[in-house]
Design a protein around this ligand. Sequence first.
Ligand SMILES: CC(C)(COP(=O)(O)OP(=O)(O)OC[C@H]1O[C@@H](n2cnc3c(N)ncnc32)[C@H](O)[C@@H]1OP(=O)(O)O)[C@@H](O)C(=O)NCCC(=O)NCCS
Length: 142
Amino acid sequence: MQHSHRIRIVNWEDEASALRMIRTAVFIHEQRVPEDLEWDEFDAISTHVLALNADGQPVGTVRLLPDGHIGRMAVLKEWRGKGIGSAMMLKILEEIGNRGIPEVMLNAQTTAVRFYEKFGFQAYGKEFMDAGIAHVKMILQR
Ligand SMILES: CC(C)(COP(=O)(O)OP(=O)(O)OC[C@H]1O[C@@H](n2cnc3c(N)ncnc32)[C@H](O)[C@@H]1OP(=O)(O)O)[C@@H](O)C(=O)NCCC(=O)NCCS
């Protein structure tokens, strides 16, 4: 299947401005997450996925923390529903497989639970609020 986007594994140092642009648009502007909650010390030590459109412009990101947590999954609004989020998920799961990480965890926004379920994640525990948004914990046993 032909894709009009490219998915790359990057680090924060090299691609911080592209990663910041996407997360600012999606989390800070669209979802009203306070700026000081968005940026943390984990960016510098995480592995990041960057999705580029056919013109090479950044349109999506997700990060993998050293402890096996996935987070900050975001696709710019106008680029959603085209398989970019799924392609990023597959890329990060491949990376996780390469590292032999046995258990993958994430805190899903409740509206995104169905998206993660497509990849085998299962929700557990009670819903909780983070940055004013309802979340639930999810796990993927490999
Ligand atoms: C969640 C998100 C990253 C998905 O990216 P995307 O590029 O639109 O995803 P895809 O096009 O690969 O969609 C894959 C499938 O999941 C479904 N899906 C995507 N987002 C969904 C959502 N929020 N809820 C339920 N299903 C969703 C799609 O309908 C599609 O289903 P299909 O395969 O049956 O057609 C994107 O909606 C987003 O950035 N949302 C705002 C930020 C956010 O909520 N991030 C999650 C934080 S936990």
